[in-house]
Design a protein around this ligand. Structure first.
Ligand code: ADP
Length: 379
């Protein structure tokens, strides 16, 4: 595998859609991007058919050197991105239980690529992998450890590819070696998570066994007393699957604000009009983010910077102001003017005298996947 990897296709194969981007990795430029929707629901019958559409859209390329795939869950098996050969595919298939909705689609996308792009190597990039450096004290739950051993019940964390991208970008921006950088990275989107980065590695993150834990999100409740869930199941006679829907799809910003989907823009608009539910939702959201920033600043032994990314972190001046306004005890101060005009670009939004700089850093998970693909195949 000594051939120079130039063109890399990045595939994010979901249960009913397939997103792709094509990169020229000699310059890290994106050559194309697209989305095939309604797989198995009126559109292409399956992922192989969807990929045929991608090939057509790309003008039947003969020069794709490698394909990088987003894969939801790597369990404890995958601590880094890997070549998806037969052995690794077999190992990944054992992890389907951790993501019964996403994993079959992710792995199906890889198998479809093997058929359609014959001989082109496929690399799996796992959303959990970057978090595998967490120490046991952070990763394990305080339950009988036989459950961990039997079922793998522990914290895995997600958005790893995004946290990794901004960690590397922040080290570069701060002109520090990656192995010496301490950060609190905040991926604030529809789904949100924080990571505590010590010496360039994850030491804690807010999502858990599943993406439900931690922050208040668009439609997920985040942290909740497990006994409250049991109590609700009993009172409302809900099955585990029904409860899962309530907590993942009918909670969070959406439930508190009454705004369908829990979109930050709409909630800010409603709050500005005096809507009390929207106001409460924003305060609950910001409170939880600030709470974890404070905790993770302790965990990393003092952060060199707080990094904000994701749809909200990159774009929502109001969301950022509500979070940063709660960090006075850390000596963090916001530059309100810079914050107000920062949207989708790298910028320091803290004031000059701020004890910890706050930096907005647009994430690029697809580019991270392409970089990892090149790195794995080069090794
Ligand atoms: P996902 O987790 O689905 O990838 P994103 O990272 O795209 O989500 O983030 C979506 C969130 O970002 C939504 O709550 C949306 O309101 C918010 N957002 C996107 N653009 C803006 C903007 N210009 N101003 C405020 N919020 C924004």
């Amino acid at each position: 595998m000594n051939k120079a990897i130039k063109k890399v296709l990045v595939v994010n194969s979901g249960s009913s859609s397939l997103k792709y981007q094509l990169f020229d990795m000699t310059t890290e430029t994106r050559l194309a991007k697209g989305l095939v929707e309604r797989i198995g629901a009126g559109g292409p019958a399956n992922h192989a058919e969807a990929l045929k559409k991608v090939v057509e859209e790309l003008g039947n390329p003969k020069d794709i050197d490698a394909i990088g795939h987003r894969v939801l869950h790597g369990g404890e098996t995958f601590c880094d991105s890997v070549l998806m050969n037969k052995a690794n595919m077999a190992k990944a298939k054992k992890l389907v239980k951790f993501g019964p909705l996403h994993m079959p689609a992710n792995l199906g996308g890889i198998e479809a690529c093997e058929k359609i792009f014959k001989g082109v190597p496929n690399v799996g990039v796992f959303d959990t992998a970057f978090h595998q450096t967490m120490p046991d004290c952070a990763a394990l739950y305080a339950i009988d450890q036989k459950f961990y051993k039997k079922y793998g019940i522990r914290k895995y964390g997600f958005h790893g590819t995004s946290h990794k991208f901004v960690t590397q970008a922040a080290a570069k921006f701060l002109k520090k070696p990656l192995s010496k950088v301490n950060l609190v990275t905040c991926h604030l989107g529809n789904g949100s998570s924080l990571a505590a980065i010590k010496n360039g590695e994850v030491v804690d993150t807010t999502m858990g066994l599943t993406p439900l834990a931690g922050l208040v999100m668009g439609t997920r409740c985040g942290d909740i007393d497990a006994a409250a869930v049991l109590s609700l199941m009993e009172s409302e006679k809900k099955t585990p699957a029904e409860m899962d829907t309530i907590l993942n799809k009918q909670s969070g910003l959406q439930a508190v604000s009454g705004v369908k989907g829990g979109d930050m823009r709409d909630i800010c608009t409603n709050a500005a009009k005096g809507d009390k539910k929207a106001e409460l939702a924003l305060e609950m959201w910001a409170y939880r983010v600030a709470l974890y920033i404070g905790a993770y600043n302790t965990v990393v032994g003092g952060a060199d910077a707080i990094i904000l990314t994701g749809g909200i972190g990159e774009n929502s001046a109001e969301g950022r102001e509500r979070v940063i306004g709660r960090l006075g005890a850390l000596g963090v101060k916001l530059d309100k003017k810079t914050n107000a005009k920062t949207r989708g670009v790298t910028a320091v939004i803290s004031a000059k005298g701020s004890k910890i700089p706050v930096i907005v850093l647009p994430t690029n998970e697809e580019l991270m996947i392409a970089r990892d693909t090149v790195r794995v195949l080069g090794n």
